[in-house]
Ligand binder design. Structure first.
Ligand SMILES: Cc1cc2nc3c(=O)[nH]c(=O)nc-3n(C[C@H](O)[C@H](O)[C@H](O)COP(=O)(O)OP(=O)(O)OC[C@H]3O[C@@H](n4cnc5c(N)ncnc54)[C@H](O)[C@@H]3O)c2cc1C
Length: 298
């Protein structure tokens, strides 16, 4: 059996220095729910693990003005239990609720979900819709990457080797008293412990008089090599009255922005159909959270 050295640095600086010294033979570990699966499958391809678990720099959720700073090592259970997140960012709570199982959510982190960069990662579409910014640290300093720039391909993020994701910065959609709400839905074969066949998030902002949708963000996962913003749906919703008709038009516009393929888990035609259904249902749930009752046919 291959031996893997386990390092548990006490600070971010120490973790970065260790990674710089050990190079490609070392991998970071947060909750370990992806890393340990790869270790069991003998696909880890490294001789050392650098645990980020003890790093207080990566923990916690705090508010800085109108911006929520979400520590990368925040677990999905902590996201789910946070009353501020459920009130202001319900789209993120929705995703945390349907990820894995209770045991898994107790250790799996938001940062690990982002850095795994799986097309099915459940927090990724909500974070795309919330226009989150990833804060990365390396021995050279810090830099920021917008979520929309973060995914280059399946399991390939824009983070450079040796960079640690410290936190995500999210400007509150409700900043300045704006009426905004979102919702996330996931389709999978089982209700728990299953990756998404398709997932989709919507975030809507109403005009000051509430008569139209001033801004819309729609993103879907497993419809392409990376989670994608769906520009057609966003355009169809922007400026429209907040009604079931607008949601139906947005759903009908879908299809051009993604390149859905057959896979061993699901046929392309089914994913495409369900993309339209989830778009309408998630849009309706977001509107309901804004106090607008709509009934969608799908
Ligand atoms: C049984 C089971 C069920 C699952 N169900 C779901 C599901 O429903 N939805 C879903 O989206 N995923 C699911 N997953 C996948 C996984 O749990 C998630 O992707 C989880 O969020 C990973 O977080 P983690 O902290 O465990 O990451 P880890 O396994 O610790 O790390 C994942 C990757 O990110 C890197 N990394 C982690 N943190 C950082 C950081 N701060 N900076 C730099 N690099 C970092 C690691 O080096 C590694 O490459 C499931 C996994 C299992 C085993």
């Amino acid at each position: 059996m291959q031996e893997i050295a386990y390092h548990r640095p006490g600070s971010l600086a120490e973790a970065l220095e260790l990674k710089q010294r050990l190079g490609e033979q070392a991998r970071f570990l947060a909750g370990g729910t992806d890393v340990m699966v790869q270790a069991h499958q003998k696909k880890l391809g490294c001789q050392a693990i650098i645990s980020l678990r003890g790093l207080k720099e990566l923990r916690g959720v705090r508010l800085q003005g109108d911006t929520l700073l979400l520590g990368a090592a925040t677990t999905l259970s902590q996201v789910l239990a946070d009353p501020f997140i459920s009130q202001h960012l319900p789209v993120l709570s929705d995703a945390a609720r349907v990820m894995g199982s209770t045991q898994m959510r107790n250790v799996a982190t938001v940062g690990g979900n982002v850095m795994s960069a799986a097309p099915s990662g459940d927090t990724l579409c909500p974070l795309l819709c919330l226009e989150a910014v990833c804060h990365l640290a390396s021995p050279e300093g810090t830099r920021q990457v917008a979520m929309s720039e973060m995914f280059l391909g399946p399991r390939q993020s824009a983070a450079r080797s040796g960079e640690v994701l410290t936190h995500l910065a999210i400007t509150l959609p409700t900043a300045g008293g704006r009426a905004s709400a979102g919702a996330f839905l996931k389709l999978s074969r089982r209700a728990a412990l299953d990756l998404a066949l398709i997932n989709l998030a919507v975030q809507l902002w109403l005009s000051p008089d509430g008569g139209s949708i001033a801004k819309a963000r729609v993103a879907a996962g497993v419809v392409g090599p990376t989670p994608l913003r769906l520009a057609e749906a966003e355009q169809a919703l922007t400026g429209a009255a907040p009604t079931a008709d607008a949601l139906a038009r947005a759903a009908q516009s879908l299809g051009n922005s993604c390149n859905i393929r057959d896979s061993h888990r699901c046929a392309a035609w089914y994913r495409e159909e369900m993309l339209r259904v989830l778009c309408q249902r998630a849009g309706a749930r977001a509107l309901q959270r804004l106090g607008i009752a709509v009934e969608v046919a799908a």
